[in-house]
Write a protein that binds this ligand. Structure first.
Ligand SMILES: [Zn+2]
Ligand SMILES: [Zn+2]
Length: 338
């Protein structure tokens, strides 16, 4: 088959068919298209203001590399702090992967802080999960992982004076969340995922999702075309629970396949319709966790993480006895994980 020229530059060879626009793009124009769309999304919602520092979670997954690339171009490497968290799952997220992450980030002038769930909690994710299961707690490993990671990113954001925490959720993730919230009748949850919603509490660093209009297949193609060293091992916990989200994911894939652009149109429409409501929504005032002092919903004694850990039999996580960060061994860029 003869090579096809890129629909944008008309010169270089097209390597990607972007089905939702019907265009064939070369590697360079595809990259420019993605970075441009991230930039527009960031500007549209005022996600990052001039001079702000952004902390980003760098897992070494495909989405995190695209986030790193786009943000180092949009805000500049000097305003980025990257944090990579070792979960502590046997056979996954090994030291070798961390070195690859460091190399890619260094090539963009970004330093990486490497830390672990063990450093923060006092036990690895695998240990927490195993102990919880032994005591009959029925949560998925992803619950412990997600909440711990979120807390660790927030901690480092405060330490480094970052104004925003950027996570690498893509369009597919966000569309799944919207449908799951809809199926549960949780319209407040839907509003809370809108970029104009501001969460409450002074020491909550706002979270932003710059990739929320970039398809998952696009980040996957991007890392292949740019030869990024993506983590080869898949998280062993990923297929363990056939959740509602997993079923929604499958259904949305079919819809997008039959009618490319479906997810993007849905999210654009939701953004428009829910924007004014999300903006008008008052952030709930927060209480304090009795054990660790972190913000928690009012009327709750413990924060979600302390509660989960208590169920799993951890009464004294390191972050709680450390008295708000003092005795935690906190990492600086280029330090090694413990
Ligand atoms: Zn081109
Ligand atoms: Zn707590």
């Amino acid at each position: 088959m003869a090579p096809v020229a890129c629909d944008v530059c008309g010169v270089r060879r097209a390597v990607v068919l972007q089905r939702h626009t019907g265009r064939r793009l070369c590697r360079e124009c595809f990259r420019e298209d993605i970075v441009g769309r991230v930039r527009r999304e960031v500007e549209r919602w005022g996600m990052i203001r001039p001079g702000e520092t952004v902390l980003l979670g760098l897992s070494g997954g495909k989405d995190s590399y695209v986030l790193l690339d786009a943000l180092s171009e949009i805000v500049g490497p000097s305003r980025l702090v990257a944090v990579s968290i070792v979960e502590g799952i046997p056979g996954y997220n090994r030291e070798g992967d961390i070195e690859k992450i460091r190399r890619v980030a260094a090539a963009r002038g970004v330093d990486v802080i490497v830390t672990s769930i063990r450093e923060y909690v006092g036990a690895s994710l695998y240990e927490i999960y195993s102990r919880a299961r032994g005591r009959g707690a029925g949560h998925a490993a992803c619950t412990y992982c997600g909440i711990s990671r979120r807390r660790i990113l927030a901690l480092y954001a405060r330490l480094y004076g970052a104004h925003k925490v950027a996570t690498a959720h893509n369009l597919d993730d966000e569309a799944q969340t919207a449908i799951v919230n809809f199926l549960r009748g949780d319209w407040v949850g839907m509003l809370k995922t809108h970029p104009l919603y501001r969460s409450g509490g002074e020491d909550l660093v706002p979270r932003i999702k710059p990739l929320r209009k970039v398809y998952e297949w696009e980040t996957a193609s991007y890392v292949v075309l740019h030869r990024y060293p993506i983590q080869e091992a898949e998280c062993p916990f990923i297929n363990m629970n056939p959740t509602l989200r997993a079923r929604v994911r499958t259904a949305l894939r079919v819809l997008e396949e039959r009618s490319p652009g479906t997810l993007l149109r849905m999210m654009e429409r939701l953004d428009e319709e829910l924007g004014p409501l999300a903006q008008a929504m008052k952030p709930s005032s927060l209480g304090r966790c009795e054990r660790c002092g972190e913000p928690t919903s009012p009327k709750r004694r413990l924060c979600k993480l302390c509660e989960l850990l208590e169920e799993a039999g951890f009464q004294e996580p390191i972050y709680a006895i450390a008295g708000r960060g003092k005795r935690l061994r906190l990492q600086s860029p280029t330090a090694s994980p413990g």
